[in-house]
Write a protein that binds this ligand. Sequence first.
Ligand code: ADP
Ligand code: ADP
Length: 226
Amino acid sequence: LNAIEIKNLIKIYKDGNTALKGISLTVKQGDFYALLGPNGAGKSTTIGILSSLVNKTSGEVKIFGDDIDTHLEDAKRHIGLVPQEFNFNQFEAVEQILVNQAGYYGLPRKEAWQRAEICLKQLDLWDKRKQQSRTLSGGMKRRLMIARALMHQPKLLILDEPTAGVDIELRRSMWVFLQQLNKEGITIVLTTHYLEEAETLCRNIGIINQGELIENTSMKSLLARI
Ligand code: ADP
Ligand code: ADP
């Protein structure tokens, strides 16, 4: 089973900007996959479409076999999205943010609190659970984004530039954590413009440039060529 199957994906924004010119790619279940490319290449558009925040113009997208045109709710449930920007209610307590998230997925209250406890402990935020999110450090905010994305136990975690603007120490601890999650069986897709990040973490890589997928290969074979 493939975690992601994209065929001939095209995105033309309303202003006429062509962000994706027909990309096709497959990400296998259990993979750790990087979408690499310069600014403006189409990475955010791609993950926006995968997580149904952006409408595609045409093409086919399946998440664990569920087509976003015909089985959108199932497709959405497979995905946990970690956006680049911190987008929480700043005045809400950390634990409340997680419980609310569970609510969006229809989890009963008791289970929501149980899940929140697990996710808070997993991301080392348990001691901060009563604090308003605005009081967290940058690193804690990043961890909160991941905790929130994991609340509904998605099979696929998608992260948009997870370590952009993060210092080296935090970056390394995030890498270790993501590798651990992947070992536990979660498929991970991230966008990055750091080759080193892709090199350290990823088994397979797609390189996107000006809306086209110019490479889709294993990290090993890419490194053997450069
Ligand atoms: P869609 O076609 O997916 O509905 P829109 O064309 O309506 O998307 O644009 C969505 C939002 O992105 C708008 O609020 C718009 O202001 C913003 N936007 C427009 N152009 C750009 C751009 N070049 N880069 C990033 N965001 C943009
Ligand atoms: P990346 O994530 O690789 O930096 P994006 O997917 O954000 O690339 O952008 C791809 C192209 O689409 C760019 O030319 C960008 O300006 C354009 N774009 C992105 N979002 C919008 C939008 N909402 N409306 C119009 N154009 C957009």
